[in-house]
Design a protein around this ligand. Structure first.
Ligand SMILES: Nc1ncnc2c1ncn2[C@@H]1O[C@H](COP(=O)(O)OP(=O)(O)OP(=O)(O)O)[C@@H](O)[C@H]1O
Ligand SMILES: [Mg+2]
Ligand SMILES: [Zn+2]
Length: 454
């Protein structure tokens, strides 16, 4: 077997013969690392296919689909975001910042699945006693869970072949290594090879597999993007660690939608499903009228979440005013600020503006637009918004108000939560007839909202 030295981008997996300061492929600086690679013979290459799928050519019309039965975990929020449960042979990547609760969730999932299945939990990060300490705290003591501390992928394969588990959990992919590769654990080459071994091992056997992964400071998976292509589902913890609330978001799911989210609360006994999400957010807020606070019902998946948008506009001391957004896209906010300057005549160039979504969650729903605008207007004009007002619309760069999807669902939820007034784009007659306890103020331009906030 021959070896050669290559330089591999740790972000995208690009291989170069020479070192360079910047990756020619993805443009990342300082990401090329020296790795030793084997030159494979043709025979060896043959064994390197991902899956064993190889079939005759058939007509799609003649092919038969097998409806995969779902295996629910009975952890409400986890099943919801997986689209009803797991599928045999499903390979899931669970990623998140350090300490966010990956190992905790996995132990709980292991407990749930171990009611009827054999679970092998392999850890390369923690000792048996550490894991059993956590298990004790979480009240997990199912006899069907087997623990194993190992980082060598070949020993892991042997363990799986001997133990024949139905569920395999690997904590984490960055700690395992392939002994045939000399680069250290966690490098792109190692991560890719080990993941490929897992796919080859678990897919044909129908083993439900979870692979845990770390993310970098900017929230990207540490290691190759290619990992995301190899697995069936990718779940990310999408909240800040200091928050009690943990939001789990699917970035990819071969067996279901990716628009559902799972909401959990971190407690001493582990992660608890938050079923009444809207009320959870509502509880955290006071009923006083506050300057710079506006509510909206953002839709995450099929579920409306009460969201509190906070804005603070303060005089700037810099030549360039500061713009900070947490929980929402900054570029979206910049666009809304520009629209407010142009169409409402707010002067923002001498103000720093901070936008924040209460609760530390990240939101993408365009229905946030109007609430962001309302919060900014409220802070700039120094007028408070009553706590039972709600803002539900998308705002365009021309200052026009646009209707958001599923407005009836949102208004229904708003009524249930006790909101009295909702600002939105005009709705149809039938949608209006359903409203009982809430007054709908239909607006078509952002300026109309500004006139109401005085
Ligand atoms: N006694 C406790 N009471 C409440 N919460 C706790 C307790 N001990 C740990 N936690 C919570 O569990 C979190 C750690 O969970 P866990 O070890 O599952 O995270 P992780 O994502 O696996 O981290 P890592 O990346 O380090 O492996 C802590 O950040 C803390 O929020
Ligand atoms: Mg862990
Ligand atoms: Zn690159």
């Amino acid at each position: 077997m021959k070896f050669k030295t290559v330089f591999v981008c740790q972000k995208c997996g690009y291989e170069a013969a020479k070192w360079a300061g910047k990756c020619p492929d993805c443009g990342e600086w300082n990401s090329l690392q020296e790795e030793v690679k084997q030159q494979e013979s043709k025979k060896e290459k043959k064994n390197r296919s991902f899956t064993d799928f190889s079939s005759e050519i058939v007509k799609l019309a003649d092919s038969k689909a097998v409806q995969e039965p779902r295996i629910p975990t009975q952890i409400g929020e986890f099943d919801r975001l997986l689209g009803g449960g797991l599928v045999a042979g499903q390979l899931t990547l669970l990623a998140g910042a350090p300490g966010i609760g990956k190992s905790t969730l996995m132990l709980q999932v292991a407990d749930a699945l171990a009611q009827t299945r054999k679970v092998l939990y392999i850890s390369g990060e923690e000792s048996i006693s550490q894991i059993s300490g956590r298990a004790q705290r979480l009240g997990v003591k199912n006899p069907n869970i087997y623990l194993h501390c190992e980082t060598n992928i070949q020993n892991i394969i042997t363990a799986v072949e001997n133990e024949k588990p139905d569920v395999l959990i690997l904590d984490s992919i960055q700690t395992v290594y392939h002994p045939e590769f000399t680069s250290s654990a966690g490098t792109i080459g190692q991560v890719r090879e080990c993941a490929a071994e897992l796919v080859r091992l678990c897919k044909p056997k129908g083993i439900i597999t979870f692979v845990l992964g770390h993310v970098t400071k900017d929230g990207e998976l540490a290691g190759p993007k290619i990992l995301e292509h190899m697995v069936d589902s990718v779940l990310y913890f999408d909240t800040e660690k200091d928050n009690v609330l943990r939001l789990l978001r699917p970035h990819k799911n071969r067996f279901g939608s990716t628009s559902e989210i799972g909401l959990f609360k971190m407690t001493g006994h582990g992660l608890e499903s938050v079923d009444n999400a809207s009320e959870y957010f509502a509880q955290t807020s006071s009923s006083a009228a506050l300057k710079g606070r506006a509510y909206t019902l953002a839709l995450e998946g099929s579920r409306p979440l009460l969201t509190e948008v906070q804005a603070l506009a303060s005089p700037t001391h810099y030549p360039f005013p500061r713009r900070v957004a947490t929980g929402v896209d900054l570029n979206r906010c910049l666009m809304l600020f520009a629209a407010l300057e142009k169409h409402v005549g707010l002067s923002l160039d001498n103000k720093d503006i901070y936008i924040s979504i209460a609760g530390g969650v990240k939101m993408k729903d365009p229905a946030l637009d109007l609430a962001i605008c309302a919060a900014v207007i409220s802070s700039v004009k120094d007028v408070a918004i009553p706590h039972d007002w709600l803002f539900l619309a998308e705002v365009g760069i021309l200052g026009q108000i646009a209707k958001v999807p599923l407005i009836d669902r949102r208004l229904e939820e708003a009524q249930r939560l006790g909101f009295k007034t909702a600002f939105a784009a005009p709705v149809s007659k039938s949608e209006k007839q359903k409203l009982t306890g809430i007054v709908l103020k239909e607006i078509t331009e952002i300026n109309e909202l500004a006139l109401k906030l005085k």
